[in-house]
Structures are given as C-alpha cells and as structure tokens.
Design a protein around this ligand. Structure first.
Ligand code: Z2T
Length: 827
C-alpha cells in the first residue's frame, strides 16, 4: 500500500474499501459479518457471549477507525505528547462507553432488536479488566477518557496482568479470594503487536573500563533476559479522538529450537520460559501498603524498561535526536510505582545512547513529572539496596551517583546535616533502602498532589525539605472523574432528565450543570428528579437481590460506603453508628430512625488482618440486624461482594447518602466522593481530601460535615490522645463498643472482634472515638432533612449542579497547563 501523502480518509472514500458506518443498517451488517466470518457461528448455535463478541468486534472496528485518524493527526502536527506510566488501570467495561462515545447507543439497540437481541443483556456479558486496586487505577482510566476526548496526543503504558485484582467472595461472613481469570473467554478489545517488543535484563553485574581516550565505559552483564510484548487497547473519547493503552506482557526471549535440545534441556528451557512469564502473572493486591517483594520490583522495572524503549523508538522514528526528548515528550509517573524510570532513562541515555552525564540528566529531569497519591508512611515505597544490587546493579550505581550529585548541590544551600540526611535518596538508618519518592522528586520537573489539602500537606510534611529547595516544582492538580462513564453511561435516566432541561452541552463541558440550579424551585422538576432517583434505587435493589439474596425496600434511605477496606477510611466508625441505632431500637423501643439500608462494598488486601476483620464485623452486624424481625423493618445491612467498576456503575446512581468519613489528613483525594455527588447523593464527610473542595463548590449548607480538621487531629495527637477516656465518659458509646464482645453479635465467639475493640480502646490511631459523637450528631441532622423530601431533593439538585469542577476534563486541562505544556490536537 503506497501511503505517501494519503490520509486514511482517502482509502475509505475508495470503492471496495469498507466504509465503516454508524447507521443502524451498517451496524446490522457488521454484526452479522463478525458473527459469521470472525466467529464462524450461526444464530441458532451462538451463545450470548458470541453475540457480545460480535458486537464488540463491530464497535472495535469503528473505534480503530477513529484511532487511525487521531494517530495521523498527531504525527502530522509533530505535536508534543504525554506518556502516562501507571502500574494500574481500571478501565471498566468498554462496550457501553464506546457506544456512547461513538453516539450509536440507540442505533445499536435498534439493530440488535431486529435480531431479537437486547443490548442491555449483551452489555452484561463483558468481563472488565481489573488491572488495579482502586482509586489510583481508576483515576488513570478517567484520565485516558479525558485525554482522548480533549485530543491530547498521548499514550498510556502499563502491565498486562494475566490475573487482575482477586475476585472476592463472602463465605461465612469472611472475605475469600480467588484468581481473576479475566482473559478466559478472550479479550476482544486488545490487539497483539508482536513486532513491538523489547528486551529487559535482570541481575548480573557491571563492568567498568576505560577506552584509549580514557573515557569510561560501563557495561551491564545481566544474568537473565526477558522480552516484553505490547498489547494495545484503544480508548475512545467522546465524539472525537482515541488513544492507546499499551500493556506489556512478559515472555521468554529464546524461541525454542526443538531439535537442538535433548529432553532434559528442553524441560529446563520450558521451565525458564515459565519463570520469566511469571513477571506479568498477577497484580499485587495491596492498595496503600508496599509489599517489598522482589517480583513487584521486577514488574515495575519490566514495564518501565519496555515503555521507555518504546518512547525512544517513537521519538527516533520521527527523525529526532534524543537531546530533544523532553521537548517532544513528557512522562507522567503515576505514584512511585514507575519511578525506577528516572534511573532507567539515565541508563538508556548514558550506556546505550552514549550521552554525557550533564546532558542526560538535563533531559531526564525535564522529562518526568511525578504525582503523589498518599501520605501514609506504610505506602511510601522503599526498596532495599541489597535487592536493587541483585536485580538492577547498574541502576543502583546510577542512583548512588544521582544522590551524590544531589547532596553536593544541597550542601551549597543552607540545609542542616539533619535535613540533608532526611533528603537523601538513601535511608541508612536501618537496613539501607532507596526512597523512591525522593528519586521521583529529584528526577522530575514537577511534583503534584491530588487535592488542595493533600498537595499542601505534601509540601508541609512528607516532602517539605524539597519544597523549600524547589518551591516552584510543587503544584496541585485536584483529581477528577469522567462524567461520561459515571453519569451518561451509568445513569441514563438522570442524564436524560438533565439533557431534557439544559441540552447536552454538559457532556463536553460539565460546568454547564450549573444551570440546573435555576430549577431547584420548580416543583415539577423536583418530582421528576426524585422519580429518577427512585428508579435507580429500584435498580440497585435488584442488584442487591441478585448478588446477596437480600431484599430492600427501594423507598428506604440508601446509605452507602464503597471503597477499599482500610482503617483510615473508618468503615468501622459507620458500623459503630449502625450498632447505636440497633441498640436504640432494641432498648428504647420505636423511635425516629427512618428506614435505612446501609450498603458496603470493597476489598481488603489479603494480608491485612484488621481490614479482613472489619469485613467480618460488617457481615456479623448484618446477620444480627437482617435476621431480627424487630429491627429489620427499619434497618438493613448489606455487604455487596466483589466491588468493581461494573458494579459501581449501579451503586452510585442508587445512593442517597455518600459516606466519606476518613480521618482528616489521610485520604489524599478520594474520587468515589465525586461520583456519588454527581449522581445526586448527599455527602456526610470529614474535611479530608477532595471533600473540602466538594463542600466549597456545593456550599456548606448542602454538605453534612463532622469531625476534627487535619490541624485539630495533629493537635489532639500531640496533646496526648486517650481513647479510653472517651469510652468511659460516653455511656452510649461505651455500650456500643462493649457490644463488640457480646454473645449476641459474635454468636458466642466473644473474642472475634477483640482485636478491633482493643485497638480502638488503646490506640485508636484514626480517632474513631474522638469523631464518634460528632458523626452521630450529624447523622441525626441527616435524618431530619431526609424526612423533608423536598428539601433533600433541592440539596441533591444543588450538589449535582456544582460538580463541574470534578470532571476529569478539568483535571487534564490543569495537567496540560500547569505541568505538561501540551496542547490539544483535534481530529
Ligand atoms: C490508591 O488507590 C491511592 C493511593 C495510593 O497510594 C495507592 C492506591 Cl492503589 C500509593 C488512592 C488514594 O487513596 C485516594 O485518596 C486517591 O483519590 C486515589 O489514589 C487517586 O488519586
């Protein structure tokens, strides 16, 4: 194909080249072609999954058509672009989102109806890629949606885990994990790029020598080598461009020459192949806790090494010099997981491309930018020096060199010895480790946190010395979510009502929602608003019935906390409140509590003892309450197993109340908080993460605030915190806490929740007892307002109307302006 100066459109215009159309008839034709020629099926034997796959292939063709157009445009304009490096992605199901973005939902629905097929049934067939733990991975996927929609030249890199985040089941009230075999039925959305493949070395040692000109040459002699191969998934934006999610799969390097091996060697060779493929087998299921496992570091280095080689390939392909890499690319590090990239780029520039140190360092620190997602000390990555020496000996040398030059630099400033050792990339107070956040900070031109509060704390606490040294390096980009997936796709009824009132401009400009405010006093509009919510609650009730067997009355207040299970997120504070209501009903007889369904969902890291116990506590309280005829007409407690993007899309639209109750200063941003508010739930929350900004936007009178502020938390702890004192002085709280050890709750196993009880009474590191009364009091207020359904509806409308800021389109524009200096290229 001679493609000189021929745009893809040229070929599409030619007779005989498929013109991939978007009408109902086009979709029908493609759908049948896929069923017959790609799958070799006829309708009588085709399964639901065959039909799903035919439709997915039909849509994929159209998405790729958008992609080639985008690619052409990016190449033509020789535009500066973004490479996003993330160890995690949680894209959610692709099909529904792609249909929305192609604007063919109705055409497709009608096309399928002519074959007696129901679109919604086929959508349910899709298995989502669970290639992340939670907020961080989902954020990366929201950003891809916005990058594509806004037409920002970009590519996202990650790991093609064969098994994603474990599948969670609840057995006897406990979390039980099993492997997530998401590829079992194949993956329609990806295409293998066998020729985009790179070698990755591990182990061995380095050899230093000098040539005739006394120039130092360093060679890394590894002891093993593996290969990473690209799998591409197109991510389509709304009405516009598409970008690629490029995930690397590990494979053995040698292709096996069967004849050359005798039987014994053959098996050893295959074993080696299997071992190397281990690298991308499974996602580590820890959200905010480092595992310290060698395989995890191997994963990180593996995907970074492939991605950087690919970026360099793309750069050189355009006929450019490596000295200008930072002019054409900016590489965003999604937390420290890819931060070994700083050393790897130095290695590639110095050892492979023979650049001088000064030049290489200039390019490196002008290329990377780093996003921090947590301040929790147990989540800050530190790799033992010994592990690095064994696995990446050359990188360790480079890190030492970067560090020594950095220390020399800061010695020239007014830093104390104490500060210098605090800032060092190497922590040698115990077993020597590398502080990856410091490596990322030193090797980047910008560092950002993910909410105003979090970015402030980052500068004042975790990276304060660096902020003193380089104040202009630090900035904030408040997180955002894609309102297309989390409103248009997942909540078609509310989206429809909004569009009916204000038009569909909000799909590309969420600030347009503001005009909904003018309808708060329109009684008819409020009625419709509440009808939509009720429909969504019925749908959520149906999901609850399907996945737990429990029935809830959709008229109940649906009070929801869905997120990873973590002590700092304080799911157990919610449980204490539920127990206080239970005791009120049991001991004080009937009362003022409105009928409420408490809905929880979220995974616990398999090795996190307390988190798993908290799940057991929730389900034990559920058992007690749901089976008590005196209580279960008023209260229900539901734990929805195996939370996922797919399930989340049913949960947010059906929620009335959103629980965002972390201890102030601990939740970097939160993004579920935004998804709930965008779907009309009201929030009860602390002044933590992005809650602060949500409350600012919606107005304090439309937000249920409780608890200590970050500053108060610090003061409280400094003054000496004594949870036992609070326990003994608050009679009702004391009864609730003692109930954790009761026969009734534990069914006789009274030690079951001892660890939670003891922890709260003795340490209570996240100040549950401190914030308890304030929480319970604010819940009283929630109940007062809930009883005034008109007032509640007004607050709900005002919340939605003020969510404009939390679109990931705004976040991506912020990244473009404040950090990347990248401009949109629209196809
Ligand atoms: C994660 O989801 C988050 C932070 C992490 O720190 C790791 C993971 Cl897997 C290493 C979350 C934050 O807890 C949350 O507040 C934030 O909204 C989200 O990242 C996206 O920034």
């Amino acid at each position: 194909m001679n493609s000189n100066n021929k745009k893809t459109e040229h070929y599409f215009a030619k007779p005989g080249v498929a013109n991939i159309g978007l009408t109902k008839e086009d979709i029908k034709t493609s759908f049948l072609e896929k069923l017959f020629y790609s799958l070799g099926r006829i309708p009588v034997v085709a399964t639901k999954n065959d039909f799903y796959t035919s439709l997915a292939l039909t849509v994929r063709d159209r998405v790729f058509r958008k992609y080639v157009k985008s690619l052409e445009q990016y190449a033509e304009e020789d535009a500066r672009g973004v490479a996003y490096l993330s160890a995690e992605y949680l894209p959610g199901p692709h099909l529904g989102n792609n249909l929305l973005n192609l604007e063919i939902v109705e055409e497709t629905r009608e096309a399928l109806a002519e074959f007696d097929l129901d679109l919604d049934e086929l959508l349910k067939e899709e298995v989502e890629p669970g290639l992340g733990n939670g907020g961080l991975g989902r954020l990366a996927s929201c950003y891809m949606d916005s990058l594509a929609t806004l037409g920002i030249p970009s590519i996202a890199y990650g790991i093609r885990y064969e098994f994603g985040i474990f599948k969670q089941e609840i057995q006897n009230g406990w979390q039980v994990e099993s492997t997530d075999k998401w590829l079992q039925k194949g993956n329609t959305w990806e295409i293998l790029r066998p020729e985009i493949s790179f070698e990755v070395k591990f182990g061995g040692n380095t050899e230093h020598s000098r040539d005739e000109n006394n120039k130092l040459h360093i060679e890394w002699i590894p002891d093993s080598e593996i290969k990473g191969t690209a799998y591409d998934t197109p991510i389509l934006g709304y009405q516009s461009n598409s970008i690629i999610l490029r995930l690397w799969k590990a494979e053995a390097t040698e292709s096996f020459d069967f004849a050359a091996y005798n039987l014994g060697e053959y098996y050893r060779a295959v074993e080696k192949k299997m071992r190397s493929e281990n690298i991308t087998k499974v996602l580590y299921p820890n959200d905010e806790n480092l595992s310290g496992k060698e395989l995890r570091l191997k994963q990180q280095y593996f995907f970074v090494c492939c991605s950087l080689q690919d970026i360099i390939r793309l750069h050189l392909l355009q006929g450019r010099k490596l000295e200008t890499l930072h002019e054409k690319f900016t590489i965003q590090l999604n937390d420290t997981h890819p931060s070994i990239a700083v050393a790897e780029l130095m290695r590639l520039l110095l050892d492979v491309h023979h650049m001088e140190w000064e030049e290489a360092w200039k390019v490196t620190k002008s290329t990377f930018a780093y996003t921090n997602h947590t301040l929790l000390p147990e989540a800050l990555e530190k790799w033992p020096v010994n592990l690095l020496r064994n696995l990446l000996p050359r990188h360790l040398e480079l890190i030492y060199e970067i560090n020594s030059r950095f220390i020399t630099e800061i010695r020239e400033h007014d830093f104390t010895g104490e500060q210098i050792s605090r800032m060092s990339l190497i922590d040698d107070r115990g077993e020597p480790t590398i502080r990856m956040a410091h490596l990322a900070t030193v090797g980047s031109y910008k560092v950002n946190g993910v909410s105003a509060l979090h970015s402030g704390l980052l500068k004042e606490e975790v990276l304060k010395d660096f902020a003193q040294l380089w104040p202009e390096k630090f900035t904030n980009v408040t997180n955002g979510i894609t309102h297309r997936r989390f409103l248009a796709v997942s909540n078609p009824l509310l989206a429809g009502l909004i569009t009916e009132k204000i038009g569909k401009g909000w799909l590309t400009n969420l600030d347009k929602l503001k005009s909904l405010e003018s309808f708060v006093n329109d009684e008819d509009f409020r009625r419709k608003w509440m009808e939509v919510k009720l429909e969504n609650k019925k749908n959520l009730a149906a999901q609850i019935k399907e996945f737990t067997g429990f029935e809830i009355n959709p008229e109940m207040l649906i009070d929801v906390q869905v997120k990873r299970i973590h002590e700092y997120k304080r799911q157990h504070l919610k449980v204490l409140h539920i127990l206080s209501l239970y005791m009120q009903i049991k001991e004080d007889g009937q009362n003022n509590i409105p009928p409420t369904a408490f809905v929880f969902a979220g995974k616990a890291a398999p090795g996190y003892f307390m988190a798993k116990r908290i799940i057991k506590l929730i389900t034990a309280v559920g058992d007690l309450i749901n089976n008590d005829p005196e209580v279960n007409k008023i209260l229900k407690v539901i734990f929805l197993p195996n939370f996922s993007v797919k399930l989340a899309q049913h949960v947010y639209p059906g929620a009335d109340l959103s629980e965002q109750i972390s201890m102030a200063g601990k939740e970097a941003s939160g993004t579920g908080n935004m998804k709930f508010a965008l779907n009309g739930a009201l929030t009860i929350g602390t002044l933590d993460g992005a809650n602060v900004e949500i409350r600012e936007e919606v107005g304090e009178e439309n937000f249920f605030l409780f608890g200590l502020t970050t500053e108060e938390v610090a003061e409280r702890k400094k003054a000496g915190y004594h949870p036992y004192k609070i326990y003994s002085e608050n009679e009702k709280l004391k009864r609730v806490l003692d109930f954790l050890l009761s026969e009734e709750l534990t069914k006789g196993d009274t030690e079951l929740f001892r660890s939670i009880y003891d922890n709260l009474l003795n340490q209570d590191p996240y100040l549950l007892l401190q914030d308890y009364q304030s929480y319970v009091d604010q819940m009283e207020n929630v109940y007062e307002i809930w009883k005034d359904s008109q007032k509640w509806a007004k607050m709900s409308i005002i919340n939605v109307a003020n969510m404009g800021k939390f679109s990931s389109d705004r976040s991506i524009k912020d990244y473009c302006e404040k950090i990347w200096k990248v401009k949109a290229v629209k196809a």
